[in-house]
Design a protein around this ligand. Sequence first.
Ligand code: AP5
Length: 214
Amino acid sequence: MNLVLFGPPGVGKGTQGERFSSENGISHLAMGNILRAAVRDVTEAGKQAEAYMDAGKLVPDNVVVSMIEDRIVENATSGFLLDGFPRNLAQAEALDAMFARHHGLTLDKIVCMDAPENDLLKRLSGRLVCRACGFGFHRHYSPPREVGRCDRCGGKLYQREDDCEDVIANRLHIYRNQTAPVLAYYKDKPGFVRLDASGDMQVVYTALTEAVEG
Ligand code: AP5
């Protein structure tokens, strides 16, 4: 099974994508996580991406497309969930071109998550992430058992640099102007579904599994 989780910053793509992938034995290919690892490891791609990410802008297409294609090809037989890719029309077209190059690859579902902007702001401003394993928490909605420590691995929790007020505003602006228009590209394709992601995490997860099975 191959799917795309699409939606604005903070809607829960990472939270739901991680759980869905692990429960269904497919790979969670999260573009933001892949880029943050490249920045941390000071790779050539990471050096090119860092300033864009800090400002909440999209990293150039040529950088992200080649990074994601490698992962898609590696996971072609087991299945994958794309989170954070594609994010503009050029990336959506590049994804179709990849699938055409690698015969047999198809998208089974494109799930478009959405929630009111006020909820997105609360989710992003309270997010905490484990520096060691990348697992996500929220100060109020899913707090760790021990303050500042990851429940899974004991790693230290931190607030992402792009989760500050002005960068969040920029990311939402870019979503509205560059990413949301991709919906017009997908909305009439087979497998496209909309998902109300305004409920609590369990409610959204149940709706996601139903949407994928339906
Ligand atoms: P990326 O890391 O992908 O960030 P994003 O799309 O802005 O998405 P987020 O990770 O912020 O949100 P999410 O939807 O995953 O929410 P989460 O589950 O964590 O990208 C970062 C940057 O990388 C971009 O700005 C760009 O620079 C670059 N980049 C990435 N992809 C790119 C591409 N394709 N092209 C070019 N550049 C690219 O949830 C958020 C919080 O809310 C958490 O604390 C969580 O616990 C909580 N939460 C989740 N669900 C619920 C719920 N139902 N109720 C209450 N709280 C909830």
